[in-house]
Design a protein around this ligand. Structure first.
Ligand code: NAP
Length: 226
């Protein structure tokens, strides 16, 4: 299996790469800088291939697609993990809309761009999977105020997940949104659960069997309310 992880140089993305490498996947470990990608890949061993990818860049994304096409000819799983701006300092009533827009560039348009550009390679896989790493912050069911840039971007990512799942279901491409839970990373801060636990639910979604779910929202393999 050939699997691409965005934001693979630290946090949950790095641990997802490690778990997938242990399962025998070829892991395309991507990061905004080639140095960071190379350093992270070297920690995972020969199964990991470093690639430079800023998800806000169309040019980067197209270059990565061309490299994958040349070296592997297909992609089995795309894990949209990279995200920014857990804006605990803001409220929706007076949020800086430039910050909201910037968060969407990475957290929403990044995954959307990757799916569009990498779809021809995913279509060459026999078991294609798309995993959008979301957050329960994006669940409308229990939503109150706070973290408006982050929350709006994850709500939209969940909506994108449903649209892609609906459109790609006839082709057997499974698309799901996964919340890793509160995880002790740079974004999550101290006190969250270990990255091993947060990454496991993402790996689960990337390795679903062909009759597995699509268009769902899960944590630890169990459904979450939208
Ligand atoms: P993190 O520790 O802050 O790591 C974020 C990763 O995303 C870094 O590798 C970062 O790269 C990368 N990134 C940011 N902007 C990028 C861009 N434009 N292009 C490519 N990569 C970019 O975050 P995390 O806690 O591991 O979070 C991973 C995912 O889990 C995110 O989608 C997050 O929303 C979700 N999540 C996390 C928690 C939690 O408690 N931690 C809870 C719910 C959901 P640099 O090193 O270059 O900055």
């Amino acid at each position: 299996m050939i699997t691409l992880v965005t934001g693979g140089n630290r946090g949950i993305g790095l641990e997802v790469g490690r778990q997938l490498a242990d399962l025998g996947h070829t892991v395309l470990l991507t990061a905004r800088s080639l140095e960071a990608a190379t350093a992270a890949a070297s920690r995972l061993g020969p199964a990991a291939h470093p690639l430079r990818l800023d998800v806000t860049s169309q040019e980067n994304t197209e270059r990565v697609a061309a490299e994958i096409a040349d070296r592997f000819g297909r992609l089995d799983a795309l894990i949209n993990n990279a995200a920014i701006t857990y804006d605990t300092w803001q409220r929706a009533v007076d949020a800086d809309l430039d910050v909201v827009r910037e968060a969407a560039e990475t957290n929403l348009y990044g995954p959307w761009r990757l799916v569009q550009v990498l779809l021809p390679l995913l279509r060459k896989s026999r078991h294609p999977r798309i995993v959008n790493v979301s957050s329960e912050a994006g669940s409308l069911a229990g939503m109150g105020g706070g973290t408006p840039a982050y929350t709006a971007s994850k709500v939209a990512l969940n909506g994108l997940t449903r649209m892609l799942a609906g459109e790609l279901r006839p082709e057997g491409i499974l698309v799901n949104a996964i919340c890793p839970g509160w995880v002790a990373t740079d974004m999550g801060g101290p006190g969250g659960r270990p990255v091993v636990a947060g990454a496991a639910g993402i790996v689960w979604a990337a390795t679903l069997p062909d009759d597995g779910p699509t268009g769902g929202f899960f944590r630890d393999g169990r459904p979450l309310p939208w």
